[in-house]
Design a protein around this ligand. Sequence first.
Ligand code: URA
Length: 433
Amino acid sequence: MLMVDIIRKKRDGGTLTRQEIEYFINGYVKGEIPDYQVSALMMAIFFNGMNDEETGDLTLAMLDSGEKLDLSSIKGFKVDKHSTGGVGDKTSLVLTPLVASCGVPVAKMSGRGLGHTGGTIDKLESFRGFSTSISNEQFINNVNTVGLSIMGQTKDLAPADKLLYALRDVTATVDNMSLIASSIMSKKLAAGADGIVLDVKSGSGAFMKNDKDAFLLAEKMVAIGRHSGVRTMAVISDMDQPLGHAVGNAIEVREAIDTLRGAGPDDLKELCLTLGSYMVGFARDIPADDARAMLTEALDSGRALDKFAEFVERQGGCRDDVYNPDNLPKASASIDLKAEKDCYVSSIMSEEVGTASLLLGGGRRSKEDVIDLSVGIYLHKKVGDKCKAGERIATVYGNDDAGIAEGFERLKNAYEYSDDPVRTSPLIKGIVD
Ligand code: URA
């Protein structure tokens, strides 16, 4: 078999066989097929798509490219959660300790930032000493003792996805339904949980720009999960504007801590309670409403915040920083975007906000980039909010003048205004189960 024939076949709109898919996945993982040929194939798939059978075969080839985690030594029903990626999406930071504080073991594998979207691992590294590069044994031990652990994708778990994820990030080939579905489901299935709750984002800041595509992606992933015997469901949530107010890394961690303290933004809290009620509902086999009551109590009592501190400490971070988030990295300079006249915010192009954060240094321009955890953006005004002339709309935080100027320009263009009041779209758009 020749890689060039596989690229040509997909470039010309053909359907790849299971053998062809396995050939390129195995060859790439072994280092026998170079990045440039796989980039070309990713672009051909991006333009010509894959049918359900190809997507299923790609998922299984990626799953089989490494080992599968055996979580059988963790007592109880283990749940995992994954978001398709958004801007300001710090959900996992709030949701995982929240669910764990209700006694449901959370064994979560997370990723780094991708394209204009942030990643949980980058955010968590805002805690000095925190590590998600832990062994499988430590991971299992943490879940058994703390009730929660988050690990990065090791080189042994779905290594094909790890390689493709980094390559797609810098070759503009992320936002394809089959590539996203196979990427997410291969690593989720490899991570060995009994149940998976997916947060599929829809809107300007998501990889799926409209609800129709978001529902289709959700259906594809739920079908793959079911086919593999894992309870899987998806919540479709709004990403037409960033979630919460903070976009970046340490700045998002601060907002997550505020939420765990009961002082966070309503949209973030609501999404966490919704996703959490399905996770706890799955694990305990109870109605989502009963699970929600348990979660609300855990949040209000401060148990979820304490669980977060316990988790941060166990993975090498400083527990004190959870209770004193001002200790987390902060940028040296800031600049405000102000309203030129009285108006209402009519839209915020989330992808542009994510790109502004990347330009400040909060995301990667190439695979090797080291990100600056201290930079970011705070959106004082969100869609529907009224602004008075001269009032702050957003603040950009950065460490170098060029980055701040670039980020500020991008952010400025992300906002649109109206003279009249504006209606906002619902946060939860539907469920696929
Ligand atoms: N999240 C993933 O894990 N993979 C993708 O391809 C997109 C979002």
